[in-house]
Design a protein around this ligand. Structure first.
Ligand SMILES: NCc1[nH]cc(CCC(=O)O)c1CC(=O)O
Length: 331
């Protein structure tokens, strides 16, 4: 890269008007970049606000379908579904996770029937159904990998049968992508995509989410034996390489903003469809500071989302999806 000396080069020239700034802008954010995570609960005509996530609610299926319709009308291409399961239904074997008629699978069917054009992504992990709060089956205080993978495969197939377009394994067990891909192929679900949560860190930014899905009460200990250590970077690339070789179509880095370096390494290293999850704690921080008047919430929202594009991401899972979509549409 060669750069003339001043005054041959004045960087302020290309910043001198909105038109020049627009022409020289490298990265932009668009509605096509958005995946909206949503929470579903039992009941009818219920939208229940989530304490630590202002502006986010758990909806009964009927209300959720309406919210998803509005998202589709804004042009949002995909949602990601998370169930809030009543504590009385959680068990140590997590069997509800692969029941064809569980809350999540009923919600998938209802959404695909009413708003077929929006892609429905799921979460494949046992935590909403586990009385012990972990993403896998626990025996003797340990999360058992291979038995969990068998359960996750059943769960993934039930979601595919309900009509899910993208499966999002967020459990971080070893070998689950290959096992799911084989089962999907054998079951005739050849077009169901897998977005692997390839690089998912054992993060403290998930706190508000665990409250939103009612998992905080149940969880004993932490998830450090399966989610990644925040000090690691090379391991993320090895995990992504492994998941791609097993049949992942898209990969995700999670959390988002504190891990932009990982997004960039993944995009540069593999050149595959790469996504980041701007998680609940990131959302809560922006909302909380905005509510106090300490930052301009809308401007920080947009800047934070653009950062993912600059870091190489093709899209972002964000609770801000409807808000940013409406803001972009109003331009
Ligand atoms: N399978 C669990 C799961 N799927 C998505 C999130 C976090 C999302 C967020 O914080 O917004 C988590 C929490 C966890 O791993 O404990």
């Amino acid at each position: 890269m060669s750069q003339g000396a001043f005054p041959a080069t004045r960087f302020r020239r290309t910043r001198s008007s909105a038109a020049l700034r627009a022409l020289t802008r490298q990265c932009t954010l668009g509605v096509d970049d958005l995946i909206w995570p949503v929470f579903v609960r039992e009941g009818e005509d219920i939208s229940e606000p989530i304490g630590a996530m202002p502006g986010v609610s758990r909806h009964s299926i009927d209300r959720l379908v309406e919210a998803v319709r509005e998202a589709a009308d804004l042009g949002i291409p995909a949602i990601c579904l998370f169930p809030y399961v009543d504590a009385s239904l959680k068990t140590e074997d997590c069997a509800l996770a692969w029941s064809a008629d569980n809350l999540s699978n009923r919600a998938i069917r209802a959404i695909k029937a009413a708003v077929p054009q929006i892609a429905v992504m799921t979460d494949v992990a046992l935590d909403p159904y586990n009385s012990l709060g972990h993403d896998g089956i626990v025996r003797g205080g340990r999360v058992i990998n291979d038995e969990t993978v068998e359960a996750l495969v059943k769960m993934a197939l039930a979601q595919a049968e309900a009509g899910a377009d993208i499966l999002g394994p967020s459990d971080m067990m070893d070998g689950r992508i290959g096992a799911m891909r084989r089962a999907l192929e054998a079951g005739g679900h050849v077009d169901v995509a897998i977005m692997s949560y390839g690089a998912k860190y054992a993060s403290s930014f998930y706190g508000p989410f665990r409250d939103a899905v009612g998992a905080s009460g149940a969880l004993t200990g932490d998830k450090k034996t399966y989610q990644m250590d925040p000090g690691n970077s090379d391991e993320a690339l090895r995990l992504i390489a492994r998941d791609l070789s097993e049949g992942a179509d898209m990969v995700m880095v999670k959390p988002g903003l504190p891990y932009l370096d990982i997004c960039r390494r993944v995009k540069d290293g593999f050149g595959v469809p790469t996504y980041a999850y701007q998680v609940s704690g990131e959302y809560a921080m922006i909302r909380a500071a905005a509510e106090r008047g300490w930052i301009d919430g809308d401007a920080v929202m947009e800047e934070s989302l653009l950062a993912f594009k600059r870091a190489g991401c093709d899209g972002i899972l964000t609770y801000f999806a409807p808000q940013i979509a409406a803001r972009l549409a109003a331009r």
